[in-house]
Design a protein around this ligand. Structure first.
Ligand SMILES: Cc1nc(C(=O)O)sc1CCOP(=O)(O)O
Length: 202
């Protein structure tokens, strides 16, 4: 079985100090840390990257949401693109070494993004979550449908708790992305370890 991915996503509410502290606790157990801070400037985001690296987070685990400019300047692993971001095909053509993720919310979008050459998809939200208030969850069946329709890794996101891992992995996902499940845990390091262990079936 290939290694499963655990992505931690920043929630736009924590200070730099809080997020660095969180990342420092969990980075050994996660495969990717996404800086998703829509209100921050390029300079601020680049400070976030430098502080994470200074705290021991490997550059190869850091992804910038949307901001190819910051990702490129900081020399991190890649970018997580959204519908309003640059087209993945453009990014891949200019920056083939970047690992490019794309957030998708339908089967059609997933297929289109695969054809644009993205490296992985984030699909959600699978379960009801306070991080996406007022929007109906897409459910495990739609995750299964997408996994079956594409051949690139699909990472599940949205409301994921440790108790959901079994059905997510059974649906064929290559991993999960989590915001509140780790950031809101009493022991984030222990929780990240639990998520990862549940995925690899330990
Ligand atoms: C950032 C994000 N994107 C989603 C999508 O469906 O694309 S769901 C989501 C929030 C994930 O947070 P939590 O783990 O707290 O539910």
């Amino acid at each position: 079985m290939s290694k499963k991915e655990l992505h931690l996503i920043s929630n736009g509410k924590q200070s730099l100090e809080q997020f660095v502290d969180l990342a420092q606790q969990v980075y050994e157990y996660v495969t990717a840390i996404h800086i998703r801070e829509k209100q921050k400037t390029a300079r601020e985001l680049s400070d976030w990257v430098e502080r994470l690296i200074g705290a021991g987070v490997p550059r190869e685990k850091i992804y910038l949401n949307d901001r190819l400019d910051v990702a490129w300047a900081a020399g991190v692993a890649g970018v997580q693109l959204a519908y309003h971001s640059l087209e993945p095909s453009v990014v891949k053509r200019r920056f083939p070494r970047f690992r490019v993720g794309r957030s998708v919310h339908s089967l059609q979008e997933a297929k289109e993004m695969e054809s644009q050459g993205v490296d992985f998809l984030l699909f959600g939200h699978i379960y009801q979550t306070g991080s996406k208030p007022g929007l109906a969850a897409r459910g495990i069946e739609s995750l299964k449908e997408i996994v079956e329709a594409v051949s690139i890794p699909v990472i599940a996101i949205g409301g994921i708790k440790v108790c959901h891992i079994e059905e997510i992995i059974a649906a064929g996902a290559s991993g999960i992305a989590v915001m509140s499940g780790i950031a809101g845990a009493e022991d984030p390091r222990g929780k990240a370890k639990e998520y990862m262990q549940a995925m690899v079936g330990e």
